[in-house]
Design a protein around this ligand. Structure first.
Ligand SMILES: *[C@@H]1O[C@H](CO)[C@@H](O)[C@H](O)[C@H]1NC(C)=O
Ligand SMILES: *[C@@H]1O[C@H](CO)[C@@H](O)[C@H](O)[C@H]1NC(C)=O
Ligand SMILES: *[C@@H]1O[C@H](CO)[C@@H](O)[C@H](O)[C@H]1NC(C)=O
Ligand SMILES: *[C@@H]1O[C@H](CO)[C@@H](O)[C@H](O)[C@H]1NC(C)=O
Ligand SMILES: *[C@@H]1O[C@H](CO)[C@@H](O)[C@H](O)[C@H]1NC(C)=O
Ligand SMILES: *[C@@H]1O[C@H](CO)[C@@H](O)[C@H](O)[C@H]1NC(C)=O
Ligand SMILES: *[C@@H]1O[C@H](CO)[C@@H](O)[C@H](O)[C@H]1NC(C)=O
Ligand SMILES: *[C@@H]1O[C@H](CO)[C@@H](O)[C@H](O)[C@H]1NC(C)=O
Ligand SMILES: *[C@@H]1O[C@H](CO)[C@@H](O)[C@H](O)[C@H]1NC(C)=O
Ligand SMILES: *[C@@H]1O[C@H](CO)[C@@H](O)[C@H](O)[C@H]1NC(C)=O
Ligand SMILES: *[C@@H]1O[C@H](CO)[C@@H](O)[C@H](O)[C@H]1NC(C)=O
Ligand SMILES: *[C@@H]1O[C@H](CO)[C@@H](O)[C@H](O)[C@H]1NC(C)=O
Length: 551
């Protein structure tokens, strides 16, 4: 009997040893010591103790197993470092992961105790996604709905599959917080949030103040980061409903390694692992230039990086403090030249290719149409701008702004459209300048087109005359005359012979009634009575049907 007990004891010891060495799980009361780790099933991630950079402090974290230059994606005790190697990690019977002093038993860190669920048989597991979950062994939906998961308590790294945003049911708000430095994972001053005040938008805060705004999700991307778009490599999900608001990305090739990290400098970077060079390469970074600095041009200012200086006022606005503005202090922003007075004749001016303004305090409805949205904005005198909340497809939803429009910039492509409220007189002056410039265009084009026509016709006449003369002189030849084989190819060059009088007659002296419209070269006329089918300036004229002449 004692022999049996001994063998059994060895088996248990052996089992526990092999388990702590290469297992992906930890069960209640099991201990992970300083030199031991938990490894995910496909050996993608590893959890254990580490020293960051040159630091002598010890932390518990998760890193990529296959990358030799350790890249940490999650830290447990970031703000309570361990001074020596005498601590151990264990899972309590209540399903709480704790880090405690092996000699005194003092707990230095523990996973949040937010769950009120009673647990009988908890188990912790490191998954190949990089998520460490604690769940009830044998429970229903135990792994999809764990008691606790590290993905809910992100540090500075957004991994594929993580939900960046807020769970409106549990109240958990998942955000990134930068490290203090490469040697110190303690919470730095930068944090990356999905701000849910108003229509959700991506922001980076520095010590509580917004420093960068990725902007609201427009159905396809965050409005200020059109360089961060869906592609063949990853796809995005943005969920906005009564139970949750979050952003998530997933890799299409799941064997690739990618991470979005908020660096100690406050820069957000998308990094991709290049196996060949064994380095992380910068794939994307939303903060590009000075226009990305939050509200750099002040209220109602608009930042255009191609302009010098890059701050401008929106149309119908003027600098609030002209002296400061001239001295490149744009913080006061702009104010309306003609204040709004809730006149029913007020309307909206359409702006395109913009980063949409700050949506704190905005209002939205995801099912309204653009027309309903306009009406809604028009009815409320404090509404200053509106647009579709979702530009995907033909556009849907309604997003309204009240008060000052903050942090707008122009984008060279893929910007959004915004309709900004204008006073009736401002709209009138915009309308007048537009129609007068359109009027000028017509007055310029008609005479120019006429002169061009006269020149073309004279060239034709001259060309025909010379050719006739050459034929009469009997000097045909391969060198001088057009190659008969190539005639088809040259046909577009052979200009037709229409007398000016014929054209004048056909277009009724370029009558307004015969005018069909305007092309890039000038007005286009309908020809009333013509008997030939010819090519003229690229426009086909067909016999006995409605014909068109391009001038
Ligand atoms: C961990 O350290 C203990 C004590 O120093 C040692 O007995 C054990 O073999 C080590 N385990 C590994 C996997 O290095
Ligand atoms: C570690 O120290 C070395 C030498 O002092 C320094 O060059 C290196 O940048 C440091 N590494 C980190 C991550 O701070
Ligand atoms: C290892 O990573 C650090 C930062 O994560 C970097 O500064 C260093 O150059 C890397 N070392 C090698 C050898 O790639
Ligand atoms: C654990 O407690 C012992 C005794 O109080 C102390 O010497 C040691 O530094 C502690 N370890 C940690 C990591 O705090
Ligand atoms: C802990 O540190 C001490 C002294 O630095 C060392 O002797 C011991 O082997 C270490 N233990 C582990 C498990 O690494
Ligand atoms: C550790 O625990 C002991 C008693 O269990 C307590 O006296 C001591 O203050 C604790 N130390 C720390 C650093 O919490
Ligand atoms: C966790 O919460 C439960 C129930 O609220 C409580 O009984 C338990 O003592 C708590 N554990 C810790 C470590 O705070
Ligand atoms: C945006 O509109 C598209 C197409 O109408 C729809 O599939 C998508 O779910 C919408 N997105 C959001 C966030 O409402
Ligand atoms: C919200 O969206 C998520 C993800 O699509 C879904 O699982 C959940 O059931 C939705 N909740 C509601 C209340 O529609
Ligand atoms: C990475 O490169 C090594 C050799 O440099 C190769 O053995 C390994 O299969 C590569 N891994 C992937 C995922 O391509
Ligand atoms: C959104 O607008 C639609 C259509 O106007 C309306 O039926 C719906 O109740 C609105 N939803 C909210 C949350 O206001
Ligand atoms: C206009 O909108 C604001 C902000 O949503 C709201 O407080 C106010 O009641 C609205 N006014 C009218 C007349 O609807």
């Amino acid at each position: 009997m004692p022999k049996m007990k001994l063998i059994f004891g060895f088996l248990v010891l052996y089992a526990s040893l092999t388990r702590t060495h290469a297992a992906d799980t930890i069960s209640a009361n099991q201990v992970v010591r300083y030199n031991q780790t938990i490894i995910s099933p496909k050996e993608t991630f590893e959890l254990g103790f580490f020293n960051p950079g040159n630091s002598t402090n010890h932390y518990v974290g998760i890193w990529y197993k296959k990358i030799s230059n350790r890249t940490v994606v999650w830290v447990a005790n970031r703000n309570t470092p361990l001074r020596d190697n005498s601590s151990e990690l264990t899972l309590t019977h209540q399903g709480i992961l704790i880090l405690r002093n092996a000699t005194t038993g003092n707990v230095t860190w523990s996973s949040a105790n937010s769950s009120t669920r009673s647990v009988r048989n908890p188990i912790g597991q490191l998954q190949d996604t990089g998520n460490f979950i604690i769940y009830e062994e044998g429970g229903v939906n135990n792994q999809e709905d764990p008691i606790w998961q590290s993905f809910d308590f992100m540090t500075d790294t957004l991994l594929p599959g993580m939900k960046h945003g807020k769970n409106l049911v549990t109240g958990i708000e998942r955000h990134l917080t930068s490290w203090k430095s490469a040697d110190d994972p303690a919470s730095g001053e930068f944090s990356d949030w999905i701000d849910t005040r108003g229509y959700p938008q991506l922001i980076i805060r520095q010590a509580g103040e917004i420093m960068f705004r990725g902007g609201p999700w427009n159905g396809l991307w965050f409005t200020g980061t059109p360089n961060l778009k869906q592609n063949d490599f990853y796809h995005f999900t943005f969920v906005l409903n009564e139970s949750e608001i979050y952003f998530q990305y997933n890799l299409i090739d799941t064997s690739a390694l990618m991470r979005l990290v908020l660096q100690p400098s406050g820069r957000s970077e998308g990094l991709l692992w290049i196996n060949r060079t064994q380095t992380w390469s910068l794939y994307t970074a939303p903060q590009i230039d000075r226009c990305d600095q939050y509200a750099v041009c002040g209220p109602s200012g608009i930042c255009n990086i191609n302009n010098s200086p890059f701050c401008l006022c929106l149309k119908g606005f003027e600098p609030r403090s002209p002296d400061q503005w001239r001295n490149t202090d744009w913080s006061q922003g702009c104010r309306r030249t003609i204040p709004l007075d809730c006149d029913p004749a007020e309307g909206f001016k359409k702006y395109t290719n913009l980063k949409l303004p700050d949506t704190q305090g905005s209002w939205y409805n995801q099912t309204m149409t653009l027309e309903e949205c306009k009406e809604m904005c028009k009815r409320n005198c404090s509404c200053t701008a509106y647009t579709n909340s979702n530009i995907s497809g033909t556009g849907s939803g309604c997003l309204l702004w009240f008060g000052d429009l903050i942090d707008i910039r122009t984008l060279s492509e893929d910007g959004d459209t915004l309709y900004i409220r204008m006073s009736a007189s401002e709209l009138e002056s915009i309308e007048n300048s537009r129609s007068s410039s359109a009027g000028r265009r017509v007055w310029v084009i008609v005479p120019v087109a006429f002169v061009v026509l006269v020149i073309i016709v004279s060239i034709c006449l001259f060309y025909r005359f010379n050719r006739k003369k050459q034929q009469q002189q009997g000097t045909p030849g391969n060198e001088s005359g057009p190659d008969p084989e190539n005639r088809n190819g040259d046909e577009g060059l052979e200009l037709p012979l229409f007398g000016l009088s014929t054209i004048l007659k056909a277009t009724n002296n370029f009558s307004i009634n015969a005018k069909l419209g305007e092309g890039g070269f000038g007005p286009v006329y309908k020809i009333s009575d013509f008997g030939m089918a010819r090519t003229f300036g690229g426009n086909q004229i067909e016999a006995n049907t409605n014909r068109v002449v391009g001038t």
